[in-house]
Ligand binder design. Structure first.
Ligand code: MF3
Ligand code: CO
Ligand code: CO
Length: 265
């Protein structure tokens, strides 16, 4: 739905609802983190995600979203995003992104983290580091009234240091009482997306997907969800939900136990 800036700016009540949704989602990720390890299936992570969310009286947003069959996305190695949890057993050397979204009292929190399973290749470590650092560089680059292209400039600048590709097909998004709403937040600078300035009260995600090789992906024709890199090379991603305030960006999905800005993988 295409909406104007004014419709998207949350008042104090909306902001507090989004803070609560982000806080629960982060707590869910803290709960899942120790379970993301070699020897577990991705569907066991999904089951834990589903049960924890329901036990706390909330709703896992991915389940049945446009027909998505599970409660979170688990994207392993060359999967860029929208991996479907299944019987795959995580193994030493894998990287896996776990993307979780909760609906708390009608409001959404959305975030993801890439995990290194055991001993991984240098390339796997680097692409994960690049995705993580580029997210925080993008957050650092914005202030009230910023143009959306500041985000893309920061992310592409970081990816270029490694010669990595920035995914263009999938973007960050406004978030509130809907999963995906205006504004679209591309991770590369495209001035066509500057229609809505990042004024206080706007809530959105930043979720850069970084590929070791080419930026293009292909959707699995069998499940119509799983997006893999076109060249089969690794991809990593991190995501936060951000509220722009009068004082600057506020990260709503900070975890207690997760990697902090500056973390070395
Ligand atoms: N959580 C993803 C995002 O960051 C969207 C997943 S949609 C699903 O926007 F249907 F695949 F779950
Ligand atoms: Co997400
Ligand atoms: Co998102």
């Amino acid at each position: 739905m295409r909406r104007s800036l004014k419709d998207l700016q949350l008042n104090d009540d909306g902001r507090n609802k989004m803070r609560a949704a982000g806080r629960f989602n982060a707590q869910l990720l803290d709960f899942l983190r120790p379970h993301v390890k070699a020897g577990v299936t991705t569907e066991s992570i999904d089951k834990l995600c589903h049960e924890y969310t329901r036990d706390h009286g909330h709703i896992p947003a991915p389940l049945n979203y446009h027909g998505f069959p599970k409660s979170c996305c688990t994207s392993v190695n060359e999967v860029i995003c929208h991996g479907i949890p299944d019987s795959y057993v995580l193994a030493d050397g894998d990287i896996v992104n776990v993307d979780i979204t909760s609906i708390v009292d009608g409001w959404y929190g959305d975030q993801s983290e890439t995990f290194l399973i055991g001993d991984v290749s240098q390339e796997a470590r680097q692409v994960t580091q690049c995705a993580f650092d580029s997210l925080y560089k993008a957050i650092d680059a914005i202030a009230p009234g910023s143009k959306i292209t500041e985000i893309g400039h920061a992310i592409v600048g970081e990816a270029e240091r490694y010669g990595f590709g920035v995914v263009r097909e999938y973007v960050g998004h406004g978030l509130g009482k809907e999963f995906h709403q205006d504004p679209s937040i591309p991770h590369y600078p495209d001035p066509r997306f500057n229609r809505i300035p990042l004024e206080p009260g706007i809530c959105f995600t930043i979720e850069p997907m970084i590929n070791v090789g080419r930026y293009q992906g292909i959707v699995d024709p069998l499940d119509n969800w799983t997006v893999r890199t076109i060249d089969g090379k690794l991809s990593a991603q991190f995501e936060h939900t951000i509220l722009m305030t009068e004082d600057g960006p506020e990260i709503l999905t900070t975890t207690e136990e997760g990697p902090r800005p500056g973390h070395q993988f």
